[in-house]
Design a protein around this ligand. Structure first.
Ligand SMILES: [Zn+2]
Length: 329
């Protein structure tokens, strides 16, 4: 057992796990990263990850420990359950896909009855009903999924293992717009964007998969890469079909491999935010792609904008096209 735990931790360093779950940390020292604590609500970063010792500590809530401890705390699981959900060989894949399919369907049905969710989508510039359906966008009102899925015969354990419900049996996604994330035909995860004041981005535990909708663009010689799904949605709506999304600025190995297969130009359209983190990430990625023989360009969005806000605040397709043409390596 002890050896298994060590193997598991070696395979997934804590920082990698956190990044796969959309945690953003900034270097604090040679072997430390700091960011917002995923275990409690806070506005100033007090969550430290020590990459040398492979442990975390939060000065806000006082929690700390290794990867297994983090999974226990973040998902309300026992030590043994945490090991099981970190070990891909223990998770039956077919089962996972079927439950996620059901959940995504359910959330999609809820969208039609949720005026708050519709008006949120409008505010984010997404109004094309055909696109909503094509992307399978739904809404998680919270408090209803568990009843629906258990009525379909899925056990509490399965729902909990997938992270659809927490240890207390409450729905994990609550008042969130839901995008199903697919790999090929299979849904591998769900992304939930809060429409209220809760932490903005949420994924279910487990991998977020490769690049979003990669199958649709893998043969394109020019690909626009964005960091958020609302960026993706508005670009698709504006008629740009060669778009994909990395779900954050940190690309996992699968995503990087996808961009590097074949010959292409990648237009990186990450957020141009005040703290420069999006641009910094874009610069590093461009560099990395070039070393892999892929041509990369950074799209010069106006200060303070991402593709979503660019369109929401009146930008149009010809203007975005000009930005693509002005993009520099
Ligand atoms: Zn904390």
């Amino acid at each position: 057992m002890g050896e298994d735990v060590e193997t598991l931790k070696r395979r997934t360093p804590l920082l990698d796990y956190l990044r796969q779950h959309n945690w953003t940390g900034h270097p604090a020292s040679r072997s430390e990263f700091v960011g917002l604590c995923p275990l409690h609500e806070e506005s100033r970063p007090s969550f430290y990850v020590n990459t040398r010792k492979d442990v975390f500590y939060c000065h806000g809530c006082g929690q700390g420990g290794d990867l297994i401890r983090f999974v226990q705390l973040s998902r309300g699981l026992s030590f043994r359950q945490s090991l099981a959900c970190l070990d891909p060989e223990i998770t039956p894949e077919a089962d996972t896909t079927a439950v996620l399919d059901e959940a995504a369907d359910f959330y999609q049905q809820q969208l039609d009855h949720s005026p708050d969710a519709i008006s949120y989508l409008r505010r984010r510039g997404v109004h094309d009903l055909v696109l909503l359906r094509e992307l399978g966008i739904g809404y998680a009102p919270g408090g209803t999924l568990r009843r629906y899925l258990t009525a379909q015969g899925y056990s509490f354990d399965v729902l909990q293992r997938l992270g659809l419900i927490n240890a207390r049996g409450a729905d994990a996604l609550y008042q969130r717009i839901v995008f199903p994330l697919q790999q090929g035909e299979c849904i591998v995860n769900l992304y939930g964007r809060s429409i209220g004041s809760a932490f903005a981005h949420r994924f279910l535990p487990g991998s977020k998969g490769g690049l979003y909708a990669w199958e649709k663009v893998r043969n394109c010689s020019e690909v626009v890469l964005v960091e958020g799904l609302f960026d993706y949605a508005v670009l698709r709506q504006a008629g740009f079909f060669n778009v994909t999304c990395s779900l954050g600025t940190h690309l996992n190995d699968t995503q990087l491999r996808q961009l590097c297969e074949g010959e292409r130009t990648v237009y990186i359209a990450f957020d141009v935010d005040r703290n420069q983190s999006g641009q910094h990430a874009a610069e590093q990625l461009a560099h990395l792609l070039i070393t892999h023989g892929i041509s990369a360009r950074r799209v010069p969005l106006p200060d303070g904008h991402d593709p979503n806000s660019f369109f929401v605040e009146g930008g149009d397709a010809p203007q975005f096209q000009s930005l693509l043409e002005a993009a520099q390596p």
